[in-house]
Write a protein that binds this ligand. Structure first.
Ligand code: PMV
Length: 322
């Protein structure tokens, strides 16, 4: 019996992944680019070879669909695996608008492969993590990460790749939690509905790769304005495809719009700050770290709480014999 414990940070897409070219392999229709965020992280311990399959999440043993998803991921890693115990804890609040599935499946993949004594490259780990949750394939690395959509039908060229590590640039992501509550429509269902029904979806596909290229160059040049502008463009295009789906998919709440307007006002006063939203109501604001206090202050009246996050490092793992 071998156990391994992995740590992984969540990440937020600056240029978004929205749409799947293959549902079974979880292959994206577009490339995306993200920032790994610290200090928040998921810690996951996998014991390979226990008495029965058991999954604990944030201190409680769980059953049902979340546990099934975790165990199915272990089956993917080794279809002939023994019963396993998985104990996973997030040190950040759930519902904070940062996908814990990204850090969760990155940490699960890393811990499970180590506990199973599989010798896999980091690209292979990213490919496996992608099949648990798309955005998880970017959380293996720290700093800025690009996930290329890839061309191959088997998905072997669709994984994360590092662009610049967490020390490259002192940027912050200020997270305004404007609304607590369960997600109305999950990302897979939302992506399928958008692709099938939004008249804007083709434009989304046609412009995504150029956005990734622009963001990549902006990261390398440390050009916050160029990165902020392309991030907002990607965000609002993605939400435009959601809003024009049938039935419409609106993740925003009144506080979302109020926070967006507050950031636009701040920008008029000369502070470089740009917004992004995912499949939920929370508003996340990209800025240089020197401006994070200003951003936090203007978001406070519109949010239940505001958290300032910085670039995080790569996922890590250690093995222990029980
Ligand atoms: O990885 P998923 O299936 O949770 O989808 C993530 C989708 C977005 O968060 C909206 C965008 C992204 O690239 O993370």
């Amino acid at each position: 019996m071998i156990s391994a414990t992995a740590f992984a940070h969540p990440n937020i897409a600056l240029v978004k992944y929205w749409g799947k070219r293959d549902l079974r392999l979880n292959l994206p229709s577009v490339s995306s680019l993200s920032l790994t965020l610290g200090p928040w992280r998921t810690q996951t311990r996998v014991t390979w070879g226990s008495y029965e399959d058991r999954v604990s999440l944030d201190g409680s043993w769980i059953e049902g669909s979340a546990a099934v998803k975790v165990l199915a991921h272990l089956d993917r890693i080794d279809p002939r695996r023994p019963p396993c115990t998985v104990v996973s804890d997030n040190d950040f609040p759930t519902g904070a608008g940062l996908a814990s599935s990204a850090s969760g499946f990155a940490a699960l993949t890393l811990a499970a492969c180590a506990a199973a004594q599989q010798d896999r490259s980091i690209d292979e780990l990213s490919i496996l993590a992608r099949q648990g949750s798309g955005s998880a394939c970017r959380s293996l690395w720290g700093g800025f990460v690009q996930w290329n959509r890839g061309q191959r039908p088997d998905g072997t060229d669709s994984h994360g790749a590092p662009i610049a590590d967490q020390d490259h640039w002192d940027v912050s992501m200020v997270v305004a939690v404007v609304h607590d509550g369960p997600k109305s429509v999950g990302s897979t269902e939302g992506m399928l509905r958008t692709a099938q029904t939004s008249p804007l979806y083709q434009t989304w596909l046609d412009t995504a790769e150029a956005n990734v290229h622009t963001a990549h160059e902006a990261v390398l040049k440390r050009d916050i304005q160029a990165l902020g502008e392309v991030m907002e463009s990607s965000t609002f295009k993605m939400h435009a495809t959601m809003h024009t789906a049938s039935p419409p998919l609106i993740y925003w709440q009144p506080g979302t719009v109020a926070a967006i307007q507050a950031v636009f006002e701040l920008r008029k006063r000369g502070v470089g700050a740009w917004v992004t939203m995912d499949a939920g109501p929370q508003v996340k604001v990209l800025c240089l770290s020197k401006d994070a206090d200003d951003v936090q202050r203007i978001l406070q009246p519109h949010a239940q709480r505001v958290e300032v996050l910085r670039a995080g490092g790569p996922a890590t793992v250690r093995v222990h014999a029980d």
